[in-house]
Structures are given as C-alpha cells and as structure tokens.
Unconditional design. Sequence first.
Length: 287
Amino acid sequence: MTTRKEIRKQRKLNKKKVFFTILGVLLIGLIAYGIYLYNQLNETVETMYTPLESDSEKQEEVEKRLNKNDTINVLLLGVDERPNQKGRSDTMILLSLNPDTEKMLMFNIPRDTYVNIPGRGGDKINHAYAFGGSELAVQTVEDFLDTTVHFYGRINMEGLVDAVDAVGGVTVNNNLAFSHGGHDFPTGEITLNGEEALIYSRMRKQDPDGDLGRNDRQQQIIDALIDKGMSFESFTRVGDILDTLGSNVQTNVKMDTMKDLFFDYRGTISEKEKAKLVVKDSGVMEK
C-alpha cells in the first residue's frame, strides 16, 4: 500500500518532470527560432550585399581597423530612386564610429554642397550618385572630406516608409511646428508612422534654416530608427525588418563583418554627436 509520503514524493517528481519538459520544449523552440532568424538574416545580407570596385583597394586597411577596433567611417545614402530613374542622393550622412570613446559622430552633408566630382568637375554633391551610383558618391565624399569611407549603406527613401512601419513607428522631438503633405507636425515629442516620417524628413521650404533644417530632421529619423531597431520591442518584428532591409537597402558589408560591427562597435550607438560641415574658402571645417 502506497503511503502519503510516497504519494507526495511522486507528485513532486511529476511536477519536476513537467517543469523540465516545458523548459526543454521552450529551449528547443528558442534554438530553432534562433537558427531560423540567423538563416533569414544571412539571406537578407546576401540580398543587400553590393560591393564597390574600390573595396579591394581598402580591404587591408579595413581588416586592420576591425582587428584593432579602430575608428571606421560609414556613409549613409538616402536616395530618391524610382523605376527607370537613377535618382539622386538627397541624404548623405557620414558616420564615424569610435569604439574607444563609444561615440558615433554624425556629419550630415547638405545635398547642394558644391564640390569636385571625379571625372565630372564642379557640381552639387548629390549629383554624384546620379552620375555614377554609390561608387562615385563614396569617392566624391572621400575626396571632399579627405578621408576614407570604409563601408556604405544605400537606402531608397521610399523604403523609409516600410522601415519605420517595420519597427512600429519612431518618436522624435520636433522644435518647429509645420504642416506639410497633408499632415500637421506640432512642436514637442511626436510619434510618426512610415508615411509621416518620410514627409517630416523631406520638408525644407517652411524651415528658416532651409536644407540644414531638413538635414536635422533626417538625422532625427535615422537616430530614432537605429534606437528603435536595437530595442527589445523590435525583436518581435525581426521578420518585417529583414524583409524591408532586403527590399530597400544596398551595402558592401558582408555577414561576417556585420557580426564584428555588431559586437565590437554597438557601444557607439548609445552616444551620438552631431557635427555640421561648414564650407569656407579655405576648405572644410567641423563645428
């Protein structure tokens, strides 16, 4: 005859079995989901991967910098590109990532900046993309700022709508009340969906600072996208985010390099500094 003590002991054993069974199922599910996400990320990166001819010339320098965790420069190109049209890079932002100081310096280059475009002569800097795509845009920025662009990312600005919606919207602090494109944007903290973010980032005619004011709003959207994309909330939206990236982004960053950047340079995302480029007769100065 089974005693009460033996019955209680059996019940405890059964509870432990149930607990460890559930835990095992959860772990297997997490591992399977992790493998699925990794494979999906790998496929997305392969879709986005668009190397430049100049990459081979910089390969040795890039590898040394990544191995030593030195500062690297990334050029972001926001392109207004439509079917059967080359488009122009209306947004050009140079990111300088320094893992030692854990800071990211952001240079927003005004699209009307007059520069020398290699092989084309003097012209507005945003025309470089129209003349020679990302390759010439990168080369023009390197010559203009006398620096090296180690990586680039090109996003179709129409894809900004999908990107913002994929992370569930972004929140920015607006210091200029205005109405544009059928939407009202009051001062203070506002949350924007994809369409609103695109319209917000494009307005310049009502801004006293003109193109510089628009550049600031574009930086706000990119800042908010980076922060939101790195948040835990976006983990549940990984599939949508990867689909959006694959459809709208081109970059010369490979999967292995992307992993290095994530683990060694992600600290720079937490502290961003904005810098404006002021063009004078003597050249370019940072302020």
